[in-house]
Design a protein around this ligand. Structure first.
Ligand code: ATP
Length: 217
């Protein structure tokens, strides 16, 4: 059994960060007894661009995280030039934390179903465990390729993730919160307030949610 607390990572566009991101990250931290880093992604130029810039998304995450220290920000992907692949980030973080500490990549059930389209996806398991966060409207229906690949990796409880640094897949049932960044952006673009869908701290400085308000037609 590993004595070190696992380190968990929740990647995402965070355009903008919302309460479901925070709540599911918090529940994962508690269920896994882990520290959790939020890892905003750089979006490659050929993909649909976020409404807010990298800097604005970081400011939103920083505001949302203020007042606690169990969830932290890791902005490395935004500082790196060129395409940003999860596999590269994991290799980098693994080198920093050493070979032994359990690393857990947290992925919402919707994103997990798309894992086979990720760059060098089958190599992920050599560097990390995966924690799949349940999400309303997204069942456990998985592509056959993915189902087959993870069959022998399924863990049934959080303790199993402390027995090795990487390689297992655990479903993490979290409070179903039907909130998405798309919904928050749509409300703001329509001139409405996404109160209590995002942390209050995001309203403290009008500049924070400004990019979405000015998206109004
Ligand atoms: P968008 O609506 O722009 O697609 P999103 O709300 O899905 O955004 P992302 O930044 O893409 O937000 O999500 C980051 C990670 O958090 C992903 O792994 C995603 O599956 C997970 N996630 C987001 N919202 C929820 C939720 N309500 N419940 C569980 N997981 C979630």
């Amino acid at each position: 059994m590993n004595e070190e607390r696992p380190l968990a990572l929740l990647g995402g566009t965070f355009d903008p960060i919302h309460n479901a991101h925070l709540r599911v990250a918090w529940e994962a931290a508690e269920q896994l007894d882990a520290d959790v880093r939020l890892l905003p992604a750089r979006v490659p130029p050929h993909r649909e661009q976020p409404v807010a810039s990298a800097q604005q998304r970081v400011a939103l995450v920083q505001a949302a995280l203020r007042g606690q220290d169990r969830l932290t920000l890791d902005a490395r992907e935004l500082q790196r030039e060129g395409p940003s692949y999860t596999i590269d980030t994991l290799i980098e973080i693994r080198a920093e934390i050493g070979e032994v500490r359990p690393l857990v990549l947290l992925i919402g059930a919707d994103a997990f179903a798309g894992l086979p389209s990720w760059h060098r996806w089958s190599e992920l398991f050599a560097h990390t465990h995966i924690g799949v966060l349940t999400r309303p409207g997204h069942g456990s229906q998985l592509p056959t390729e993915l189902r087959t690949r993870i069959a022998s990796r399924r863990a049934t409880d959080a303790r199993a993730l402390r027995e090795s640094p990487s390689g297992r897949v655990l479903w993490l049932p979290v409070t179903p919160l039907e909130i998405s960044a798309t919904q928050v952006r749509d409300l703001l673009a329509a001139g409405r307030e996404p109160r209590w869908l995002v942390p209050d701290a995001l309203f403290a400085d009008p500049a924070l949610l400004g990019p979405y308000r000015s998206a109004q037609a």
